[in-house]
Design a protein around this ligand. Structure first.
Ligand code: PEP
Length: 257
């Protein structure tokens, strides 16, 4: 019997300016009831430029919605033009930070050593990484999706101690399912999420394997979320496109209804 609290997180990607962000979080706050937060954690990952506005709203109204960033610098503050440090995100009371999203791997050349450094930077500043892993279509077609994804987990967690790893969130996001409308079958998603939990067991032991939340991400919608969430090793969803529609995201949060 699992005690992991599902995490439903909206990755807004490069959408919504800070005014739109305020309106969007207000809509979510208005729609979500106390009952919706029972046994579910709700988070949004806005662009950096929205974080201060979201923080002001969440702190001011004591909202239960959590928030975080879509990326973090591996460096401490200094001469790194365009980067945002973990200390800056912590100062904005971010709970989470997505690391190694496939769009960062694909368009910004992020590799395992960089993802590993970012995971460590997040932990150093008390932020919970949402570590994104998952295979491209050709890797799945070749039948190497489990090995590929586990290698990403191994690389990202190199020299990460158990005391940090136990708080981690991992998002399994098959690249071919992100933003394409092609959702991974729930049994296929379970196969990889179960293998990730098995690898955590090998690396850190039973307590960590049982504590870490593993999300599925890739074209999650209100219409398919319940089947995905019914899988034993899936503890939430990382939702891209559908999280930009407040009503749809609320329906996803209510996956049990
Ligand atoms: C994502 O951006 O992490 C994602 C899963 O996107 P989408 O839900 O649009 O596929």
């Amino acid at each position: 019997m699992t005690t992991r609290t599902p995490l439903m997180a909206g990755n807004w990607k490069m959408n919504l300016n800070h005014l739109e962000a305020i309106a969007h979080v207000q809509k979510l706050a208005f729609a979500l009831t106390e009952k919706d937060y029972e046994g579910v954690e709700v988070a949004v990952l806005p662009p950096f430029t929205d974080l201060r506005s979201v923080q002001t709203l969440v702190d001011g109204d004591k909202l239960k919605i959590r928030y975080g960033a879509q990326d973090i610098s591996a460096h401490e503050p200094g001469a790194y033009t365009g980067e945002i440090s973990g200390s800056m995100l912590a100062k904005l009371h971010c709970s989470y930070v997505a690391i190694g999203h496939s769009e960062r791997r694909q368009y910004h050349g992020e590799d395992e050593p960089l993802v590993n450094a970012k995971v460590k930077a997040a932990f150093q500043h008390g932020l919970t990484p949402i570590l994104c892993v998952g295979e491209e279509l050709e890797v799945r077609e070749a039948g190497n999706h489990v090995a590929h994804t586990l290698a990403q987990v191994d690389g990202a967690l190199r020299d990460v101690p158990q005391k940090d790893a136990v708080t981690l969130v991992i998002a399994y996001e098959p690249v071919w399912a992100i933003g394409t409308g092609k959702v991974c079958g729930e049994e296929d998603a379970q196969e990889v999420c179960g293998a990730i939990r098995g690898r955590l067991r090998e690396l850190y032991g039973e307590e960590t394997a049982e504590a870490v939340r593993i999300q599925y991400g890739g074209s999650v919608k209100a219409g398919n979320v319940a089947k995905i969430m019914a899988q034993p090793d899936i503890d939430g969803a990382l939702v891209g496109g559908a999280s930009l529609d407040a009503d749809e995201f609320v329906r996803i949060v209510r996956f049990r209804d």
